[in-house]
Design a binder for this molecule. Structure first.
Ligand code: AMP
Length: 398
């Protein structure tokens, strides 16, 4: 059942959120994006007249409770985000004290539980631990897309203690799932997938899955040069995964057999060193001189790629086209971001997901101009690979 169809009046909603935020040495939150992303879900429950029990992990504590990883540090900021709402804190995420606090919550109040990963059982997906957590709420809401690819106690195993009508995605998770579904399973054609980044090895499974779905696949970034070399090109000192040359050949062959157009950048911005102040030039991507390396797609490739993007109705973008962290090598990524934004304005659905392309659209100010920017790096990558994510399956199962 969609989240907004739930009425939480009089219910205690046990909400798995991803409050794994970065803290500085004074335990101040340096980026609260993940906390703000959970607010719409929390506020809907409170508005209905329910109470909210929040559970999350923070960092990677190794030996049980450690002050450094305590969620207590988040209470003042959570309180400021929620205004007049009363925020309680439980020193332990399970046990009698937590049960008492949860039972004592009044409608409209929030309880934040201590770090789930203070118990090894969380990551092990321990059933007894999940059952103890389940005691704290009447409805389980999974709003932690960032950990949806993990079969942990609070993200997946806990589902079996709630009947299907007592578990749901939160609004953040619903947004992520519906955008990914729209791209992977309901895409309007032509569907272009733009895949970049450093390594072919990280993206093989994604490309294989997309070969079943996309009309065009654009390959940019460092990974393009392994493909170039596989096709017989000369790539100078560009990034190359020698042990993946056969894989690249195989993917090129499969694309041809399936009628998917796999596009490599015809030219590149090349540099004599991997450095922000390197000497730069342009060259055909399959004729890069010795001692030079391709660090961005070139002007002809930009034209070619932007043209494909402008004609597409569905766009998936994962991975930058070049070393966008350095000014001299960001034109390709910027041009692609602009083209994706323009296509979106003309009616295409665009999803940017997974790692550095998300950083790039944020850096260039395009986040508001695409249809959806995913918050879940690793989880979204596994989704694109076609895997079933335990955190999603757990909510959906009968
Ligand atoms: P990934 O995490 O695989 O998406 O890769 C992102 C990283 O790839 C970024 O830090 C980019 O700087 C880097 N990158 C993109 N293009 C190139 C290239 N042509 N050569 C080396 N690194 C690149």
């Amino acid at each position: 059942m969609p989240f907004n169809n739930f009425n939480f009046k009089g219910s205690r909603a046990l909400v798995r959120v991803d409050f794994n935020v970065p803290l500085n040495e004074k335990f101040e939150i340096t980026d609260d994006t993940r906390m703000r992303a959970a607010l719409p879900t929390i506020q809907k429950i409170l508005k209905d007249g329910g109470s909210v029990i929040l559970m999350s992990h923070l960092g990677r504590p190794k030996d049980g409770p450690t002050d450094k990883y305590s969620l207590r540090h988040l209470v003042p900021h959570l309180q400021s985000l929620l205004g007049d709402t009363k925020v309680h804190f439980a020193d332990d995420c399970i046990g009698e004290a937590a049960v008492e606090l949860a039972n004592g919550l009044k409608p409209g109040e929030v309880l934040l539980l201590e770090n789930l990963r203070f118990y090894k059982q969380e990551e092990k997906g321990d059933k007894e631990f999940a059952a103890k957590l389940a005691k704290l709420g009447d409805i389980w809401v999974n709003d932690a897309f960032g950990t949806a690819h993990r079969a942990h106690a609070s993200t997946a195993v806990i589902a079996e203690y709630f009947s299907p009508d007592k578990r749901t995605f939160g609004l953040l998770m619903e947004g992520e799932v519906s955008s990914a579904e729209k791209v992977l399973h309901e895409s309007e054609k032509p569907f272009v997938a733009i895949i970049g980044g450093a390594k072919v090895s990280d993206k093989i499974l994604i490309i294989e899955n997309l070969l079943e779905r996309a009309t065009d696949i654009i390959i940019g970034g460092g990974m393009a040069y392994t493909f170039m070399k596989a096709e017989g090109g000369v790539i100078g000192n560009s990034l190359c995964e020698e042990e993946r040359l056969d894989t690249a050949k195989e993917l090129l062959k499969k694309a041809k057999a399936k009628g998917v157009c796999l596009h490599l950048p015809s030219d590149s911005v090349i540099a004599d060193r991997f450095a922000a102040d390197a000497d730069v030039s342009t060259a055909p991507s399959n004729h890069i001189p010795n001692g030079w390396m391709g660090l961005d797609i070139g002007p002809m490739a930009i034209d070619q790629f932007c043209n494909i993007i402008s004609q597409s109705k569905t766009i998936l973008w994962n991975g930058p086209m070049g070393v966008f962290e350095m000014d001299k090598f960001q034109s390709g990524t910027k041009a692609i971001a602009t083209a994706v934004a323009e296509a979106t304005q003309n009616g295409a659905f665009s999803l940017v997901g997974g790692g550095d392309s998300v950083a790039a659209v944020n850096q260039f100010g395009f986040a508001e101009k695409v249809s959806y920017v995913s918050t879940g790096g690793g989880a979204m990558l596994e989704y694109f690979e076609g895997k079933e994510l335990p955190g999603i399956a757990a909510v959906k199962q009968n």
